[in-house]
Design a protein around this ligand. Sequence first.
Ligand code: RTP
Length: 148
Amino acid sequence: MEQTFIMIKPDGVQRGLVGEVISRFEKKGFLLKGLKLLTVERAFAEKHYADLSAKPFFSGLVDYIVSGPVVAMIWEGKGVVLTGRKIIGATNPLASEPGTIRGDFAIDIGRNVIHGSDSVDSATKEIALWFSEGSVNWQSSVHPWVYE
Ligand code: RTP
């Protein structure tokens, strides 16, 4: 089954949005397969955002990600990468639709609460980076009530 990497950024943790984010993914029917609260080092944040290293906002982005604890998660389910991005909303919160996490809870692009993998390939790489220990092996008993 498809998996994605979701991270609640330091602003989301500071603002008490952890429960809200988890609730939205849970209520959709996705399955939580990994969860931890941690503060990352600069080099780790730079590795996570390596694709953006040439962007002018890169060092500010790294400052932001290392500024406090983040919640790292693995979520699993059919189509979870793309649907996860829809639940999160557009990168710039002023362009995110109401009803999405960024549309409902954020204003500035540099304080947009949450990260989600943008492809299955990125998800595989990000899960390997953040969860070298692997995901938790369990299945929800409601599986037949979510999937036909
Ligand atoms: P993310 O990786 O965090 O899920 O965000 P994304 O795919 O929607 O957007 P991406 O282009 O990968 O950018 C990563 C994060 O960098 C910050 N950003 N700042 N100041 C700016 O113009 C700017 N552009 C992007 C945002 O925090 C964005 O989520």
